[in-house]
Design a protein around this ligand. Structure first.
Ligand code: DMJ
Length: 476
């Protein structure tokens, strides 16, 4: 009896030793600055939950909420989710997952903006699927994708500005370049996960419709009629209204290896650097030129004013793509140019004329782009100055935008008067890029292994096997 119990004890000891170690992952030690960003994210999320739960956006001054349309599309939680995962806020993230599964239904009789819902809702849901591999999430994304596809049912294959989620009706024939052809990334990922090439092929058809209409200089304009395929002006630029078109040529090539995207990017970036870039000793701006003549002659149809040197703070994303593409000289100089503008006011104006040195629209909406580029440049060059830039942006955002419960946009960067609005991309992008910059040294998240959509939802490159990409996206 004694012998048997000894044997049993021995067996238990051996078995226990063979068990894989209960790897209780030690939390990674992060810097006080990263801790602070995370704490502020949680504070802002708690305010959203208290004052705006179930709605699209939090109004941070009136402590209330707003929906984009007659009914909520739950954009804040969907946009915030991937930042929670990046910050290790698993409890909050789980709550959003459950909410999406249990309460969200896309069968809504609402006209929604095709472009905006793609980058925020489709991008957010796909990132959620990537983190969970929960088929119920994929079903939500696929259902949304099927409804979105109706937008592309035009004579040219370019999407209408509005699509009704329930009826599939469309409206809005005039769209800008970004709204026309920034879908290959999300719809490609949806094709990959569902095994149905229709999503990617539909998005790519829109891109090809733009590409076929380029000028002899290989430039495209920024406003097009989706039914006739006619350009509605001849202004070529990379600013708001065009931005993510270029971003997605590059990123679709990066994630899917599509040779057509590569060709479109290679040809476009050459033309942009040749004709659109305006450089002197101190600065490098990407302004506006005529797509046929490359002359700096662009009249604003509303004001009748010349606006060849008018740029938007969205443009500061561009140096992140230049840096990814290996053009560090231009990327660093453009970032310095934008950084000078930030420091001139302490936040950036939405629209700025670099010839007049005056804002033409002085709002700051908590936008991420200059921070995004500081993060990319810090990661790629390792230079401390980019970390310092991000630290300064964060300190100014705290100084001018922090409110009692969250953060707010600013009506005028010259007066710093606050505006009662907090866009959803503040959760998705601005917080995330700050946190990633301040945790870069931990090595936890390595930018080399990910590609972000334009709303900063991250996708690991290793999830996309080249053979499966070819098959599921319908690439030759
Ligand atoms: C975001 O919604 C996206 O990044 C979009 O492509 C343009 N910029 C806004 C935030 O500024």
């Amino acid at each position: 009896m004694k012998k048997r119990s000894c044997l049993l004890l021995g067996l238990i000891i051996v078995l226990a030793a063979c068990q894989p170690k209960q790897s209780k992952k030690e939390p990674v030690k992060i810097s006080p600055l990263a801790e602070e960003v995370k704490k502020e994210f949680v504070r802002t999320w708690d305010a959203y939950k208290k004052y705006a739960w179930g709605h699209d956006v939090l109004l941070p001054l009136s402590k209330s909420y707003q929906d984009w349309y007659e009914e909520s599309l739950h954009i804040s939680p969907i946009d915030a989710y991937s930042t929670m995962k990046v910050m290790g806020l698993d409890e909050q993230a789980k709550e959003v997952e459950n909410y999406v599964i249990d309460f969200i239904n896309w069968d809504k009789d609402l006209f929604v903006k095709t472009f905006e819902v793609n980058i925020r809702i489709m991008g957010g849901l796909l990132a959620m699927y990537e983190y969970t591999y929960d088929p119920k999430i994929l079903l939500k994304a696929e259902d949304f994708g099927k409804r979105m596809l109706k937008a592309f049912d035009s004579p040219t294959g370019l999407p209408y500005y509005w699509v009704n989620l329930k009826t599939g009706e469309t409206k809005g024939t005039k769209i800008n370049l970004a709204e026309a052809a920034s879908y290959m990334f999300e719809l490609g990922i949806l094709s990959y996960y569902t095994g149905n090439p229709v999503y990617y092929q539909t998005a790519k058809k829109a891109n090809m419709a733009i590409w076929e209409r380029r000028s002899k200089l290989n430039l495209v304009a920024d406003l097009i009629d989706v039914e006739t395929g006619e350009w509605l002006n001849d202004h070529s630029h990379i600013c708001a209204g065009a931005d993510s078109y270029y971003e997605y040529l590059y990123k679709s090539m990066l994630l899917f290896g599509d040779k057509d995207s590569q060709k479109m990017w290679d040809v476009s970036i050459k033309a942009i650097n040749k004709y659109v870039a305006e450089e002197d000793e101190k600065s490098l701006w990407y302004g506006r030129v005529n797509m046929h003549t490359a002359e700096r002659d662009c009249i604003d149809p509303h004001s009748g004013r010349q606006f060849a040197s008018v740029v938007t703070l969205y443009d500061a994303f561009f140096q992140s793509i230049l840096a990814l593409d290996g053009d560090l000289r231009r990327a660093e100089k453009t970032q310095d140019t934008w950084n000078n503008l930030w420091n001139k006011y302490g936040l950036e104006p939405m629209i700025y004329d670099y010839k007049d040195s005056e804002p033409t629209y002085p709002v700051y909406d908590l936008n991420p782009e200059i921070i995004e580029s500081a993060y990319y440049l810090f990661h790629i060059t390792g230079k401390q100055k980019y970390y310092d830039m991000a630290e300064k942006y964060w300190s100014d955002i705290k100084k001018y935008c922090r409110t009692e419960i969250a953060f707010s946009s600013v009506e005028d960067v010259r007066t710093m008067k606050k505006k009662d609005y907090m866009p959803t991309f503040f959760f998705a992008e601005t917080f995330k890029y700050l946190y990633l910059t301040f945790t870069e040294e931990t090595g936890e998240f390595n930018l080399d292994n990910y590609v972000f959509n334009t709303e900063a939802h991250p996708f690991p490159k290793k999830s996309f096997e080249p053979e499966k990409v070819k098959k599921n996206l319908g690439l030759e």
